[in-house]
Design a protein around this ligand. Structure first.
Ligand code: BGP
Length: 465
């Protein structure tokens, strides 16, 4: 350890990055993979995607994973999160498993272990198999059962070596993007369906946790949530109330059932008042209550700034979460100039303290944190290495707050950045780059470690900075 280190982390801290199958693997038509909602949407509406680039190719992890895992080692990873593509494992969502998918994921897991990088495996990252979407996606109970079958197969195939599992990444995102705001397929705007999708995602998570615990495989299972702290414009009761409502809808809706086994009473009241409670069976609540997570991944990008509603919503417009609050553009906020998102480093500390105080200080880690940059090749030096000092500062500034939380007793075990390598991002395709390693789409997806990748290696070797 160098003498002048100010922010030192525990010896076994998890340093690494996160990714997802659709965003990274590519080869979506290859080796028996079935279509998921992204493949289908790209096929039917390619113009929705930035520069018409779809999920069929992405960063080619499917064929380049050995080189990529070597690069993970070179950038100091001791852990790496990826997701297993449900439609690669089960082309029709259920039924016969695709043996080639098992071969691929075994190869990835074994290579990671060979390089002493711990695999963190997520089972669902926005990628509903199309056959399941045709049955209603998360709206449908039969899809919940198919997901349990998929997860059970993953545990029996890979559970002897994978000790950290996650049931979902950011389950609120399919709710918001697929059923309220139109960014993901099926692009509906239907509050009732959104609530049902959210409820079934939680039920599916609890059912899978139950299966995992029954198998006694020796690992842990958790969920990854994008916790977005809601800050009120002022201390006026109406603003505070608006912030609390946003928190209930977007954070506590998943945090509470995942960690405490029950939905917040205030949220249930809000939904009941509007007659929006989901359909459920009595035993569902028991399953959710009895099967909570062992640990928690927290993704943090930016906060939510809200104020009391200043004008009544049009009663004829579709019911939206914004019936309860308005967004507030805080003057003087710090902004990522290359993407536009707010940067508020203390947010990560506030989330961790909330977990400590209100969620029994459950074991957690920061499972995504990152800075997207448009046209990042403008920061190339003459050797083609991106000089992303802005990203290094972004990470350090967040790590300082995580360090503070750690020293105040928060049970935070690691830090994963988003992401290892520039990848394809949903409708934005390759518009915003996030990687520690760049990908050249014009030159056979050539990988080059960015300045931040070298910085990350030092950070992890020193366990601090
Ligand atoms: C998270 C998702 C990732 C990733 C990231 C960056 O919400 O888990 O899949 O995409 O955000 O956001 P974006 O790609 O929209 O810039």
């Amino acid at each position: 350890m160098s003498a002048n280190m100010e922010f030192v982390f525990p010896k076994d801290f998890w340093w690494g990055s996160a990714s997802s199958a659709t965003q990274m693997e590519g080869f979506s038509e290859v080796d028996g993979k079935g279509k998921n909602i992204w493949d289908y949407w790209y096929e039917t509406e390619p113009n929705r995607f930035y520069q018409g680039i779809g999920p069929d190719i992405t960063s080619q992890f499917y064929t380049k994973f050995i080189e990529d895992i070597q690069l993970m080692k070179e950038t100091g990873h001791n852990s790496f999160r990826f997701s297993i593509s449900w439609s690669r494992m089960f082309p029709n969502g259920r039924g016969d498993v695709n043996e080639k998918a098992i071969v691929f994921y075994n190869h990835v897991i074994n290579t990671l272990l060979e390089y002493k990088i711990e695999p963190f495996v997520n089972l669902y990252h926005f990628d509903m198999p199309m056959a399941m979407q045709e049955e209603g996606g998360w709206e449908s109970r039969s899809v919940v059962d198919a997901y349990v079958q998929f997860a059970t197969t993953c545990f029996s195939e890979f559970g002897d070596r994978v000790m950290k599992w996650f049931t979902h990444n950011e389950p609120i995102v399919p709710v918001e993007c697929g059923y309220l705001y139109g960014h993901h397929y099926p692009a509906l705007c239907d509050f009732r369906k959104a609530v049902q999708v959210g409820f079934h995602s939680i039920l599916a998570s609890a059912k899978v946790i139950k299966v995992y615990h029954e198998q006694s495989l020796g690992g842990k299972i958790g969920i990854i949530l994008n916790v977005t702290p809601s800050y009120p414009r002022s201390n006026q009761p109406a603003d505070v109330d608006a912030a609390e409502k946003a928190d209930l809808l977007f954070n506590r809706s998943f945090l509470d059932p995942s960690v405490k086994g029950r939905f917040p009473a205030k949220l249930v009241d809000m939904l009941q008042k509007e007659n929006f409670l989901p359909k459920y069976e009595a035993e569902d609540l028991k399953i959710i209550d009895e099967n909570t997570v062992d640990f928690l991944g927290i993704n943090y990008y930016q906060p939510r700034r809200v104020k009391a509603k200043e004008s009544m919503s049009n009663p004829d417009a579709p019911f939206m979460p914004e019936r309860y609050f308005d967004y507030y553009d805080m003057p003087g906020k710090k902004v990522n100039p290359y993407r536009g998102w707010e940067i508020y480093e203390k947010g990560v500390y506030d989330i961790l303290k909330n977990i400590q105080v209100n969620y029994g200080n459950i074991e957690c880690f920061i499972s995504e944190n990152g800075m997207g940059v448009e046209q990042e090749d403008r920061f190339n030096n003459e050797d083609g290495v991106i000089q992303d000092d802005y990203r290094i500062s972004f990470y350090e500034d967040h790590l300082k707050w995580i360090h503070k939380a750690l020293h105040e007793g928060v049970n935070v075990k690691g830090y994963h950045v988003w992401t290892f390598i520039d990848n394809w991002s949903w409708l934005n395709s390759y518009k915003n780059r996030y990687g520690l390693v760049s990908v050249d789409l014009q030159d056979d997806y050539k990988r080059t470690i960015k300045k931040s990748g070298y910085w990350f290696k030092k950070l992890t070797e020193n366990n601090g900075f």
